[in-house]
Write a protein that binds this ligand. Sequence first.
Ligand code: F6P
Length: 459
Amino acid sequence: MVSEHAAQVLVASNRGPVSYSLRDDGSLDSKRGGGGLVSGLSAVEDKLWVCAALSDGDREAVRRGRSEPGVRMLDIDAEVHADAYNGIANSVLWFVHHMLYQTPVEPVFDAEFRRRWASYEAYNRAFAEALAEEAGEGAAVLVQDYHLSLVPGMLRELRPDLRIGHFTHTPWAPVDYFRLLPDDIGEQLLRGILGADRAAFLTRRWADAFIGCCTEILGGTGRTRIGAHGLGADAEFLRRRSHEADVDAWMETLREQIGEGRRTIVRVDRTELSKNIVRGLHAFRALLEEHPEWRERVVHVAFAYPSRQDLAVYRDYTAEVERVAHTINAEYGTDGWTPVLLRLDDDFARSLAAYRLADVALVNPIRDGMNLVAKEVPVVSDDGCALVLSREAGAYEELGEDAVVVNPYDVSATAAALHEALTMDDDERAARTKRLAAASTSLPPQQWFLDQLDALRTE
Ligand code: F6P
């Protein structure tokens, strides 16, 4: 049944714009999230955001009927959600699209995988049913990411009148790698997305990889249109936010911790396996080894915020980041100089302060849908910042020309790129930063979202 207050624009994503936690006294605290989709959607009125309850606080909020206007949180059974989110989306689909498997021993597709896959289907079905219920006649529904690959196909069957879009925020795997998946599962994923009128990606490269999979495996993309929309940084927000008092205070603190007159190589990531933080540390170590003139004169500021800590492989990776950072500090550090300033707690104001003072930004992912850090640093940089950028990041398509580009697996070449970036002439660095900032902000989040909505409605 279609609800009375049927929405005309709907967005569906696993993580919603708000989260709840239970206070000690039993009351609920709500927190609003950030990110490209949240800012992108702020341009649209009269929309409904359908998302999953992710925590006990969220589930309690749903049970108490504590909903924010414009948000519908789905209370999907916690075990079904964990199997779908951790067991399939983050452990299988994320690994396939970022090409993270150690193939001699993984992946293994067995009965346990099939059990989890059934949960992934159930979780996608819960979204499709909620969207079918909430959408007004002919409404536009924008389904987000690898968590919800099956939703477009399921929703199309329930509501053929809708305009359905799907957007992938990750890279897309090349066909030979995608074929690691069991044949029927690969086909189901592709057909799920092809249930949309339009499937969109962050870059042409990922869109082409998707088309390649569809062509090889299914013989084509059918009637689904394919697009690319390169999400940009939100210049207005970043410039304002990065000059607030808490960021200024962090600049002072960081300057003290770095030490007078030293250069800084900054990286800021969620600690995901695809971010390549460990090789980044090895490259910094190689820099100190091959260019001893940098000892005492440079600090690697590495902020590695927690992500997906329910998964053992993520916890192990975080531990490895810490271990390597400590080894470098033990080996090279002196009384007045700590070579690696590693922080594992999430602090947005501190990240902005690091962006402002960075001489070099290191963005070296193995593979990344876009990477907004590469786009944010040039926008807020105080005095210009050289960007060392992986050619496997989506951002490379727009920023490659003015960055120092690296193969993310090549530690020696990354060390050489850090040296090149550190020694870049001031004028050259300032000119490149200016061009990088312009390219980074050419498609702000609101326009990025409106373009997709437009294309879905009119093409
Ligand atoms: O960065 C890619 C991405 O898929 C984002 O689109 C999405 O917000 C995020 O990863 C998912 O992360 P999480 O598992 O923390 O919700």
